[in-house]
Design a protein around this ligand. Structure first.
Ligand code: AGP
Length: 616
């Protein structure tokens, strides 16, 4: 949940660190800090509570001497309030060592007591400072920074990415990771470390994965990776698909506006290479194998938040096309429910970041229970894909805004591609039937572009509603996950109480919430819907209108019943029921963003949130 950058090389460490931190700030922005070994060999640090700009302002007033070795950190607080003292880096070995950390050291209290008993003193409330002092002590004992790190991580429990540097070893940064992200950037005469590739993508797009329980030592001209026992490891190299500009706003007012505008291409790019002459092509599933996929008897989808709502849509599609039962379980509930899973269960994790600790722990549990594990992820080289047998990457590009938008439509697309693949290997759909569904999928990017045209109207609605205190969202069948997603966006962006309901549930209690002026979004099924849900949802609209609700309907173009009844209709292009959610969700993404903007809120970095929740 924190942003981490490390650098060794001939250029300005400060420039590299601050550039990297500015790209990583979405991972956490309670505080920021840097440590640099200046050219006189002195270790200097600076850290400030608040967003990165507070640190930049401070460095403007009182510059830090620059050098060629450095580490930097943006924090999302777990242990210790978000203040200057708890900001990273933390120091060890009488201020000669600096350490930064992402994650939680679960046994830090007992370790801290040991150190206090040994006469050590602390200046912060953090678990991180415990690690800094421990590594400092081990460095004094061994004179070897990597060995000192190895000795310390052997005693730590929990999840951590640690970077450390020391005055006595210029040109060296040592990193270690367990259950927390870290990747290596390979430069020419310089090397980088980062919690994700955004940390160094403007300097190099060559990267190396670091696996679980591994330690890396970077120097300007070398990278050495070992396991926690000191055995050499050969890391996998990969090319970063994103360029620096892709991680920037590209002229949009916010990352969120940019990413909503990219929803069409997120779907198109996720389909790229996976459709060949109307058939699905998913070689990524080869590590599991079609024979296994044909024999599984159950699918369990694990995810959190928006990713879980994508999973709910995947359930409808996979059950319809492949005729295999699909259960969607929130990751943080999964392993505590003692799930009945085994070799004939396919567990599918969905995670944009690939670092969500709740989902990572659930993936590990599923693997240990013998289930087959497939991940759907948007971040190359992330931890969850590395813990899975196979991964389907969504090619949505970097999603920087904390509230997920384009990743959602990409996740649904990946689930639909998976569903059609399963339908083929389980001989449930013919090649022709699959080609028909594939054709519908391939039309979605253009239809999404049509939906984006209604942005201005939605912005007006949001402006009028800026002072609203409560919004309800109704949807039926595949419209229900859309209602849940719309409500989540409003909560996390505009800090407004919002709730998504299954429309059929309304009369079983929630209708008591309806009073004059209550704003209700209704995701209306197509009038052509073979399940004949349209008249039922129109009846729901009549019921709430009769009680004074103000209804905004997301409805198919030309839906005369919805147009006659609703106070406002946001039209979406015609699409078969399973594909309609991909279109209906975008107006709700836009509405959440515009209402937050109308309230003057930061749509990219909402309060209390982080882009990747890497603690349980
Ligand atoms: C979505 O807008 C939220 N930021 C949050 O619910 C998010 O979807 C959830 O934390 C899962 O994140 P992941 O996809 O990176 O695992």
């Amino acid at each position: 949940m924190c942003g981490i950058v490390g650098y060794v090389g001939p250029n300005s460490s400060l420039d590299v660190l601050l550039a990297g931190l500015s790209r990583l700030e979405y991972r956490g922005y309670d505080s920021a800090g840097v440590a640099v070994l200046d050219r006189a060999g002195h270790l200097g640090t600076r850290k400030r509570a608040g967003k990165l700009v507070a640190l930049l302002d401070d460095l403007e007033v009182e510059p830090l001497r620059d050098g060629e070795t450095g580490i930097g950190h943006t924090r999302w607080a777990t242990h210790g309030r978000p203040n200057d003292g708890n900001a990273h880096p933390h120091l060890g070995d009488n201020g000669k060592l600096a350490l930064i950390h992402n994650g939680i050291i679960e046994n830090f209290s007992e370790l801290k007591q040991e150190l206090l008993d040994a006469g050590e003193t602390f200046t912060s409330e953090t678990d991180t400072e415990v690690a800094a002092i421990m590594v400092g002590r081990e460095f004094r004992a061994t004179g070897d920074l990597a060995e000192a790190m190895r000795r310390v991580v052997a005693r730590l429990e929990g999840a951590f990415t640690l970077l450390v540097m020391h005055e006595d070893v210029p040109g060296v940064v040592v990193g270690a990771r367990r259950n927390s992200p870290l990747v290596i950037g390979l430069g020419d005469g310089e090397n980088f470390l980062g919690s994700d590739v955004a940390a160094f993508v403007e300097f190099t797009r060559r990267a190396l994965e670091i696996g679980q329980d591994q330690i890396v030592t970077i120097r300007p001209d070398s990278v050495v990776v070992t396991d926690f026992d000191g055995n050499d490891v050969e890391p996998r190299e990969f090319e970063v698909e994103w360029d620096a500009s892709a991680a920037e706003k590209g002229g949009w007012s916010s990352f969120m506006a940019k990413e909503i505008s990219e929803e069409p291409e997120a779907v198109a790019n996720t389909l790229l290479g996976r459709v060949v002459e109307g058939a699905i092509h998913l070689p990524e599933l080869d590590p599991i194998g079609d024979d296994v996929l044909a024999s599984i008897d159950r699918i369990v989808v694990i995810a959190c938040g928006t990713a879980a709502y994508a999973g709910l849509l995947g359930k409808y599609a996979i059950e319809k096309w492949a005729r295999i039962p699909v259960e969607v379980v929130l990751s943080h509930e999964f392993r505590y429910s003692e799930p009945v899973i085994g070799p004939r269960t396919l567990v599918v994790s969905i995670s944009q970041s690939g670092e969500t600790m709740d989902t990572l722990m659930a993936v590990k549990y599923a693997s240990q229970a013998g289930a087959r594990v497939l991940s759907i992820c948007n971040t190359q080289g992330a931890t969850i894909p590395r813990e899975s047998e196979a991964v389907i990457y969504t090619h949505a590009g970097p999603e920087v805004a904390v509230a997920s938008t384009k990743a959602f439509v990409a996740q649904v697309t990946a689930l639909y591609v998976l569903g059609l693949h399963l339908a083929r290997v389980r001989e449930r759909l013919s090649a022709h039937q699959i080609a028909e569904q594939v054709s519908e999928l391939q039309q979605i990017p253009a239809k999404l572009a049509d939906v984006l045209v209604s942005s201005e109207r939605i912005k007006q609605l949001a402006t009028w509603m800026a002072d609203t205190r409560s919004v309800l969202f109704l949807g039926r069948h595949v419209g229900y996950p859309v209602a849940l997603e719309g409500a989540l966006k409003l909560k996390e962006l505009a800090y407004i109480h919002a709730e998504g309901f299954a429309a059929g549930e309304l009369k079983h209690g929630p209708i008591a919430l309806i009073e004059p002026g209550q704003i209700v979004f209704v995701v209306v099924p197509s009038p052509r819907d073979p399940l004949s849900l349209h008249p039922k949802v129109i009846s729901n609209i009549q019921e709430i209108k009769a009680r004074g609700a103000r209804v905004i309907a997301i409805a198919e173009q030309g839906d005369t019943a919805a147009i006659a009844l609703a106070d406002e209709v946001i039209p979406i292009p015609l699409a078969p029921p399973l594909f309609e959610p991909l279109l209906a969700v975008v107006p709700l993404h836009i509405f959440g963003m515009e209402l937050a903007s109308a309230k003057g809120l930061d749509v990219d970095q909402p309060r209390n949130l982080a882009k990747s929740v890497t603690v349980e």
